[in-house]
Design a protein around this ligand. Structure first.
Ligand code: PSV
Ligand code: MN
Ligand code: MN
Length: 426
């Protein structure tokens, strides 16, 4: 963690520049009737969870090139997220993956979380790898396996995750399944779905009434002929089968190229089944790059749907759980996460600037150019002063990456934790 003095000194040296830019943008937006303070407040309130597995170098199944100082324990992972939150005030929760993050001492973890002002966002199960002591292999699937004993083992693991979640106050349990097949004929497609639905029902029944089950989909990888939950339609149908506490999770990288993700978001909001997001950037597939690094316009259009849904009384979708799901081999993971949060806040800010009444009128009158220009006008606004003001108001620094570098955080972490620290990467 940085000292209060460090944060203060950093902000002081950047304040006059920030105030100039913020005032200019405020004047400009006021002329259009935008409630600037209201927009900044929404940015201050917005929180996006950090997954424990994004704190170390990863992002490839080939070589890993860690730069050192990576967290070696749950305690150090929580410390890293606390540092991010200290810098940007926008990441007040951490997501855990079991068994990588099994809490050895629950009261100690609870105490640490309280001290640094964080909560646990979600628990995530792992039935995509065999663990050393487990009796049955997931080689041919987990919740969808043809063998009852394998399914039961995967169900029990998920229930254990739910129990850890209860102990730590998590309100979300996320299931991503690697189940699928590589060759035509290998798997009975309908029966694999049926077995998965039944296994999920056993997990769902074990959940407390205030917990949400998020079901994540992915069209390919690790299986390249079929995945048991390949698309939002399958996730949605499983949620319908399970009940109200089950919701669809949209991971931006889990779509085929050129999929209209914003439309999927709109559909799920309409059905009240949008449960969560995994943000990342993607050029080809599940690339897990920095959020907003490849398709910033798409990110804005997604937020445009979210803001539109939030302002529409007809939409009754429950609160959405936001998380970053990215992993890198070339960047400092903490710098990358700060960049991702900044892109997310920027896209959200732009979506909040959209003139909704004018857009609705243009849509109703089929004025295609006007409708598109309204969106482009918001998208092309440089909203960075609004994001910086939100950082400042939430106790963070005006420029998190610059402050992180100025304080030489990575160098200190390497000194404390060593060059070759162990971490789990996906
Ligand atoms: C695998 O594709 C994956 O990246 C999913 O997005 C999960 O959310 C994540 O791993 C953690 O299990
Ligand atoms: Mn994901
Ligand atoms: Mn993924």
């Amino acid at each position: 963690m940085l000292s209060d003095q460090q944060l203060h000194d950093f902000n002081r040296s950047h304040l006059s520049d920030h105030e100039f830019r913020y005032q200019y943008l405020t004047d400009l937006l006021n002329r259009r009737g935008t409630d600037v303070a209201g927009v900044v407040q929404k940015l201050v309130d917005f929180q996006v969870a950090i997954p424990s597995w994004a704190l170390g170098t990863g992002g490839t199944r080939f070589g890993r090139y860690p730069r050192g100082g990576e967290p070696r324990s749950l305690e150090e992972k929580i410390a890293d997220v606390a540092l991010l939150n200290q810098l940007n005030g926008s990441s007040n929760s951490i997501s855990l993956h079991i068994p990588w993050d099994i809490p050895q001492d629950v009261p100690a973890v609870q105490q640490q979380l309280q001290e640094v002002g964080l909560t646990i966002d979600s628990m995530n199960s792992n039935t995509f790898q065999d663990q050393k002591e487990q009796p049955h292999s997931y080689k041919f699937g987990s919740l969808s396996s043809t063998e009852a004993a394998v399914r039961q083992q995967a169900i029990d693991h998920n229930i254990a995750c739910v129990e850890y979640g209860q102990q730590l106050g998590a309100k979300v349990h996320t299931v991503w399944l690697a189940d699928g097949s590589n060759f035509p004929g290998q798997q009975h497609l309908r029966r694999a779905y049926q077995r998965t639905a039944e296994s999920l029902a056993s997990i769902y029944e074990a959940m407390p009434s205030d917990m949400t089950l998020l079901i994540e989909y992915k069209p390919y990888e690790p299986h390249f002929y079929s995945m048991v939950i390949p698309d939002w339609g399958t996730s949605y149908s499983l949620c319908q089968y399970l009940g109200k506490q089950a919701q669809v999770l949209v991971d931006l990288g889990h779509h085929l190229p050129n999929t209209n993700i914003e439309q999927i978001v709109g559909r799920l909001l309409h059905f009240g089944r949008l449960g969560g997001f995994h943000f990342n950037g993607s050029m080809y597939g599940d690339d897990d790059l920095t959020t907003g690094s490849i398709k910033p316009y798409q990110l804005f259009l997604i937020f445009n749907e979210l803001v539109d849904g939030a302002q529409d009384e007809a939409v009754t979708n429950p609160a959405v759980a936001y998380m970053i799901d990215a992993s890198h081999n070339t960047k400092d993971p903490l710098e990358d996460l700060l960049q991702s949060v900044e892109s997310i806040l920027g896209a959200y800010a732009k979506a909040l600037l959209v003139d909704r009444a004018a857009l609705q009128e243009a849509q109703e009158t089929n004025d295609v150019v006007r409708a598109e220009e309204i969106l482009r006008d918001a998208f092309l606004t440089d909203v960075r002063p609004l994001v910086q003001e939100a950082y400042r108001q939430s106790g963070g620094v005006l420029s998190p990456v610059a402050a992180y570098r100025a304080a030489q955080v990575r160098e200190q972490l390497i000194q404390q934790r060593g060059k070759l620290s162990l971490s789990t990467g996906l």
